[in-house]
Design a protein around this ligand. Structure first.
Ligand code: TPP
Ligand code: MG
Length: 479
């Protein structure tokens, strides 16, 4: 297609064409209605001239498109058309290019992963890392071990039928503890369900964890939720909701309120790779970017959403690249390297508060435990693969090697801590088991100011049924 033929089109046909490509601008149409074409060669800057150039560009693209779709080959257009280099679209200033080049859907080179400690727990040369004190390092390590032991014991308690459900954080201890260590306790947490370590870090006691898992009257949620649905107003930790990813837009709303109140704190929301595959994630991160709110999106990319591997969830280079698509600063970090996570979250927090911006962190890791006690992950992945990730990459072992190399930890300290935590947990579980369940009335209160008629009827019905069939109902639920 020669450019001269399109420039000599009649006025009517050009206006018709403009309408068809939906360039909705009166100015533009007016300008086009004043001949002559072709346009003068000098560079123009007025909005009207720009509009004409815009039209020209679109017009040529159209012609090019129809030419290529018919002949399946691209012809070089003569260079005489005076294309302005940059145009100020509503979306921003955009440069033109005469080249037909589609952006790549994926690149050979993946976004690199920020790491500080290698598999032997030795710092990588020249790595950017924050200095941390012995006291902080030891607290991070001991909390990781506490989390590991807590998982093992609650998991066993579920297997013994003492609690109904459990999900471990195995393989994600560093994500839990090191991210929590980098935050301030005033920062709000909107968790998924695999981040109890953040609550542990903030001082939620083993007894409180046990009360929740046993759903007794001391559970903050009054036994209305399954085990592991922790929440604590005292620790600014919003209650876990297992409807995947619903916490992400909530976090953005909370961050917006911090912004309005000019608070010196931020929000962090955790979610898995599966969570990042939901509509809620996309809506939330877009709102966060546009509203410029201080929220950290922390994605635990552990390779699996129950039995669905990440390569069946998305074709992008993981989750980190989505930050750029939404205009959000992002980083990919080694999720099994506590020092890297600590440094990345500290940096993200600073940016979020000082620059009032969302930040996306993708922590790459591997879920070495089953999804939950309802899952057997060997049905969809090999034991060898799991074992491989439990070896050198184990985040707790890696961090231990580092603190040992600094002379901050010993075998004696390790066994003492294990014994102590096991003992505390065993006592906590026994105590939680003995506490009676919440009252029947708690199934119905705390939502409505005045109980609606249908709930009153349900409450009366359940009381009547329990009285009639007492032997079928637990004796430790007060009526
Ligand atoms: C809205 C919704 N859809 C589906 C489920 C069922 N479900 C529970 S956990 C889960 C996988 C989530 O995977 P991911 O976000 O990667 O977290 P991970 O379990 O790996 O930590 C799914 C699909 C759910 N709870 N909520
Ligand atoms: Mg996952």
């Amino acid at each position: 297609m020669a450019s001269s033929s399109c420039l000599t089109k009649s006025k009517t046909s050009i206006i018709h064409h403009l309408k068809s490509i939906k360039l909705n601008s009166h100015n533009l149409l007016h300008t086009i209605s004043s001949p002559p074409f072709p346009l003068p060669k000098q560079t123009t800057t007025s909005p009207i001239d720009s509009a004409i150039v815009c039209f020209q560009s679109l017009y040529f693209r159209r012609q090019l498109h129809s030419a290529t779709s018919v002949n399946n080959e691209v012809h070089q257009l003569p260079a005489e058309a005076p294309l302005q280099q940059v145009l100020n679209y509503p979306v921003g200033k955009v440069k033109f290019t005469p080249k037909l080049a589609f952006t790549a859907g994926s690149t050979e080179e993946r976004v690199p992963c920020y790491r500080v400690l290698n598999e032997n727990g030795q710092p990588i040369t020249d790595s950017d890392s924050l200095e941390i004190s012995k006291e902080l390092a030891v607290k991070m390590y001991t909390d990781m071990v506490t989390l590991e032991v807590m998982d093992t014991i609650f998991y066993e308690a579920q297997r013994q039928g003492r609690i109904s459900f459990y999900a471990t954080t195995t393989g994600e201890e560093a994500i839990n503890i090191a991210s929590a260590a980098a935050l301030n306790n005033q920062d709000f947490v909107f968790p998924q369900y695999r981040e109890p370590g953040v609550l542990l870090w903030r001082g939620f006691t083993l007894q409180e964890f046990a009360h929740q898992c046993f759903g007794n009257k001391y559970d903050n949620g009054k036994g209305r939720q399954m085990p592991i649905h922790y929440g604590s107003r005292k620790h600014n930790y919003f209650t876990v909701a297992s409807t995947v990813a619903t916490q992400i837009p909530h976090a953005v709303g909370a961050a917006y309120s911090l912004k309005m109140e000019k608070q010196d704190s931020c929000v962090i929301t955790y979610f898995g790779d599966g969570g990042s595959s939901t509509a809620d994630f996309h809506a939330a991160i877009n709102f966060a970017a546009v509203l410029e709110v201080p929220v950290i999106f922390f994605c635990r990319n552990n390779g699996w959403a129950i039995s669905t591997p990440t390569n069946e969830q998305f074709r992008s280079d993981g989750v980190v690249v989505r930050g750029k698509a939404y205009g959000v600063p992002s980083i990919r970090v080694d999720g099994n390297d506590a020092l890297a996570i600590y440094t990345a979250v500290s940096g993200a927090r600073k940016m979020a508060i000082e620059e009032q911006t969302p930040v996306l962190i993708e922590a790459l890791t591997y879920r070495t435990g089953h999804h939950s006690t309802s899952d057997d992950s060997t049905k969809y992945r090999s034991i060898d693969e799991i074992e491989q990730w439990r070896g050198d990459q184990n985040p707790v072992k890696r961090f231990r090697k580092w603190i040992e190399s600094k002379g901050w930890w010993s075998h004696e300290a390790e066994s003492e801590h294990h014994i102590n935590i096991r003992k505390q947990l065993s006592q906590a579980i026994q105590a939680a088991e003995r506490v009676e369940k919440p009252r029947i009335a708690d199934m119905f209160n705390d939502v409505y100011d005045v109980l609606p008629k249908n709930l009153m009827e349900q409450e009366a019905f359940i009381r009547k049924t329990i009285k009639k069939h007492t032997q079928d109902y637990p004796s430790d639920v007060p009526l």
